[in-house]
Design a protein around this ligand. Sequence first.
Ligand code: 5AD
Ligand code: SF4
Length: 437
Amino acid sequence: MNVYDATRMTDLLAGQGYDETAREEDADLVILNTCHIREKAADKIYSELGKLAVLKRARGDEGRDLKIVVAGCVAQAEGGEVLRRQKAVDLVVGPQSYHHLPELLSRVGRGERLSDTEFEVEEKFRELPQPSRARIRARGVSAFVTVQEGCDKFCSFCVVPYTRGAETSRGVEEVLAEARRLVDAGVREIALIGQNVNAYRGEDKGGKVWPLERLFEVLSEVEGLDRLRYMTSHPVDTTQGLIDAHGSLPKLMPFMHLPVQSGSNRVLKAMNRRHKAEDYLDIVRRLRAARPDIALSSDFIVGFPGETDADFEETLALIREVGFASTFSFKYSARPGTPGAEREDQIDDGVMRERLAALQALVESQRQAFNAATVGRTVDVLFEKAGRHNGQIAGKTPYMQAVHVNGPPEMIGRVAPVRIVEAGSNSLAGEIAEGEG
Ligand code: 5AD
Ligand code: SF4
């Protein structure tokens, strides 16, 4: 979501005469787009701001200015505190206010220092201007389209409902228009994104409410669009309709990121997840019935307050039962303002570290087994860019595995069958299957 928001901000500012640069030494304006999900992510901001403050002072000595903006969820959570803690910051702007950026920056240009995080929350999706064809093309063949923002679930460890606000869905026509525009400019893969993407309930012009799978059905008809993906989903919003779409829509890729967080019903309850381990396993069973080759991905938290060794064993048991293609796993991080942070039974960091290592060893062996199982198979690859070595091109399998092959750059943007010959630690090597495609 932050990657997408960063592109939305640069697109917006491109219309104001700004241009992107890869080096902060060249920049007149730096926007730090921040994450508040775990303490570690939030801590990085102040050390980064310290470095930018040094650059700004050096700039001042040359008689040139550097404006520093803090955006994202730390901005939302800390607001004016960021301005007080780091004097070099000019503007603090939360995710719900990016559409005000041009106006806010012109106030900064007049010498104001401000925080725009104490806004009135509008309960509707905020549309931003669309990027030009040239900007879409420069970003490659795979693109994000946001369809939903915010979260009403209030998992007891999570800051998202506070920083990103309530669940809102983007209108059907806006989503479809943006997708068509992207495909028209050369995009071949679209990932629909949202904090709870499968809670999508967008309205069309006639006031009819669409579930996510209806968007996939219509997008499947768009000529030139080869692949559809989505993230991130919640188990309680995983309807049979969405599961069936995996069976009936070939363009909907056989991959689902479905965080479970824990395999212990006691911990899931304390996390306020609103589902049990067996509900998750039942979804997995139905997904595999609809699309036997579907690859599954998940998020896990170890060391939620009160988690016992037995609870943790249940998480490992769930992982063994499912078999994941890829995962993200984290030590629990107590976030201010969330119910979990108030609990007295916080878990010792050493215990968390051990559990995380054990969990990561297990999921890594599953990931490698999943990759090894593709060796010898022929799978479709969407080529996205030049490879690391001369003469190579790189892309992704339907299951999100990175693949490189020897092939001409003209194949970038195309899907072709590839015979996988080797599984490395982070990517697969293959050969374009001759006589096919
Ligand atoms: N501590 C650790 N991990 C967290 N996540 C969210 N909040 C926390 C927290 N307080 C993880 C969850 C979520 C992912 C995006 O980040 O696993 O699915
Ligand atoms: Fe956070 Fe839970 Fe909402 Fe996901 S569903 S964003 S973990 S509160």
